[in-house]
Every structure is written in structure tokens, then in C-alpha cells.
Design a protein around this ligand. Structure first.
Ligand SMILES: NC(=O)c1ccc[n+]([C@@H]2O[C@H](COP(=O)([O-])OP(=O)(O)OC[C@H]3O[C@@H](n4cnc5c(N)ncnc54)[C@H](O)[C@@H]3O)[C@@H](O)[C@H]2O)c1
Length: 262
């Protein structure tokens, strides 16, 4: 799919991987609705990017607020062609604490709610918008004609495969995002909509900047090559490639410098 003139929703688009994706999409001629909880950063980025970007304050776990982001995309830019779901939170909690008390169940559920249920919520409302547009235009009569009508890209994590102690909520929520990829791709094929997931390794974003310097240096040295954290722009470049390459579908791509967490 050509990026020029197409509209995408980027959740978590106010910061880190989502902000870099928003910039890269706009640089390539696309329009972006930045859907994020962080109004200050989201508004600032939208103002900086001008007419091609709109900010909508949105919690990905809310049906109404995600629908509002979809409505804004349709109203401001005409037609929606997909989403890049970067909204996510890190939850760190062991199953048992030092005194062997059990983990807080609400804390576990919060990670799953934002990272997995939020991803599903965005996918379903974006897919509905695209499918309705496709149906109104007469449907995808001939799937063999390679008509690429939309792309939904989700963000998992290498924690989905290499989860660490304390990552029960985070790793299982991201494994859920991996598990969503193929069934959604199969279901949406008849509408000409592709579904892909990116599983990033360790990227230099505000999420990571909260780590102590010593921990960051240790993480960098554990990446085989290149021996550094990933840059958000490298993530954004992959997103643009996935959108433009119509044969990428139903797959999870690790973007991680070959790191395998042990
Ligand atoms: N940075 C990394 O190393 C790394 C590695 C693997 C996976 N990831 C994943 O990539 C995604 C982006 O991470 P990042 O490093 O850019 O983080 P970040 O904290 O810089 O950005 C996340 C954004 O999501 C927004 N957000 C959080 N909860 C939300 C909600 N309920 N509704 C809407 N927006 C919400 C935040 O306001 C923030 O702007 C996350 O899903 C994260 O789990 C990041």
C-alpha cells in the first residue's frame, strides 16, 4: 500500500515508538490520528506536524474513546486505512513477594487490559471502519487482485517469547498480542485487510529511560549486534515497510539485534 495520502491511527503515538512512527508516516505523506492518554505530548506533536496530524485523547481500553479516534480519522481525513497500536504499559510484579504473599490480581489484570484487550479493541473498531468502506465501494470481489485495503499493526515484545521473572502480566499480555495475529489476519483477509505484529527488543524510549544507567549499559552489552538499544526510528521504518509490502501478513517480526533474553 502506498503511504501517500492514506490515514492511520497511531495509539501511544505521543511518545517513544508511537511518536517516531507518527513522524515517519507523516514524512512519507500519510495522515495520522495520534490516539494517546498523554494530552500534553500528543497535542504538542500534532501541532508540530501540522495539518497531517490530529490528536485525540484516547484510552485504548475504552470503546467510546477509540471509536472517537476512528470518527476523527474519517471526519478529518476521509478514509481510514489502518492502525499502528503502540499504546502499552509495563507491569512488573512477581507471583510471590519476599514474604511469599501472592501477587496483586488487579495489577496483573491492568497489564492485560491495556496491552491485550486494548489492542483487540483498537483492531476491532479500525477493522469495522475499513470493512464498511470496502463494502460501500462494492467489496473485494476478487481477492486475487491484490487489493490492499487496510493494515493493522500491533506491538508485542520479545517478552512474549523470552519473558523474565516479574514479567508475568507484561509477557502474557504480549504473548496474547502475538496470538491474535494469525486469527485476525485470516478473518480479515476477505476484506483485504492485513494484520501484522512487531516484537521489539530493547528500544531507547521514555519507557526505557526510567531504567538506571547501569541496567541500560548491561542491556546494551547483551545485544549481539548492533551493541546498543534500538532507535525508535528503526521501529518506525519497519512499520512503513510493513504498510508498503502487501505480502507481509499474519506474521510476527522480532526487531531486536538478535537479543535473546535468558
Ligand atoms: N521501549 C522498548 O524497549 C519496548 C520493547 C518492547 C515492546 N515495547 C512496546 O512498545 C510499545 C511502545 O512503547 P514505548 O517504549 O514507546 O513506551 P512509551 O511509554 O514511550 O509510550 C507509550 C505511550 O502509550 C500511551 N498509553 C499508555 N497507556 C495507554 C492507554 N491505555 N491508552 C492510550 N495510550 C496509552 C502512553 O501515554 C505513552 O504515550 C508498548 O506497547 C511497549 O510495551 C517497547
Amino acid at each position: 500500500m502506498q503511504l501517500q495520502g492514506k490515514t492511520f491511527i497511531v495509539t501511544g503515538g505521543a511518545s517513544g515508538l508511537g511518536a517516531a512512527t507518527t513522524r515517519e508516516l507523516v514524512d512519507n505523506g500519510a495522515n495520522v490520528v495520534i490516539a494517546d492518554l498523554n494530552e500534553e505530548k500528543g497535542q504538542a506533536l500534532a501541532s508540530e506536524l501540522g495539518q497531517a496530524a490530529q490528536f485525540v485523547r484516547c484510552d485504548v481500553t475504552s470503546s467510546d474513546e477509540v471509536q472517537q479516534a476512528v470518527d476523527t480519522a474519517e471526519k478529518e481525513f476521509g478514509e481510514l486505512y489502518g492502525s499502528v497500536n503502540c499504546a502499552g504499559i509495563v507491569v512488573v510484579q512477581k507471583l510471590l513477594d519476599r514474604e511469599n504473599n501472592p501477587a496483586d490480581l488487579d495489577k496483573f489484570a491492568k497489564g492485560v487490559q491495556v496491552n491485550l484487550v486494548g489492542t483487540f479493541n483498537v483492531a476491532r473498531l479500525v477493522a469495522a471502519s475499513i470493512a464498511k468502506r470496502v463494502a460501500a465501494a462494492g467489496g473485494v470481489d476478487n481477492p486475487e487482485s491484490n487489493t490492499d485495503q487496510g493494515v493493522i499493526i500491533n506491538t508485542a515484545s520479545i517478552a512474549a517469547f523470552d519473558g523474565q521473572v516479574g514479567q508475568g502480566s507484561y509477557a502474557s499480555s504480549k504473548a496474547g498480542v502475538v496470538g491474535l495475529t494469525l486469527p485476525l489476519a485470516r478473518e480479515l483477509a476477505r476484506h483485504g485487510i492485513r494484520v501484522m505484529t512487531v516484537a521489539p527488543g530493547i528500544f531507547n524510549t521514555p519507557m526505557m529511560q526510567s531504567l538506571p544507567e547501569k541496567a541500560k549499559v548491561q542491556l546494551e552489552s547483551s545485544v549481539p549486534y548492533p551493541k546498543r538499544l534500538g532507535s525508535p526510528q528503526e521501529f518506525a521504518q519497519l512499520i512503513c515497510h510493513i504498510i508498503s509490502n502487501a505480502y507481509l501478513n499474519g506474521e510476527v517480526i522480532r526487531l531486536d539485534g538478535a537479543i535473546r533474553m535468558v
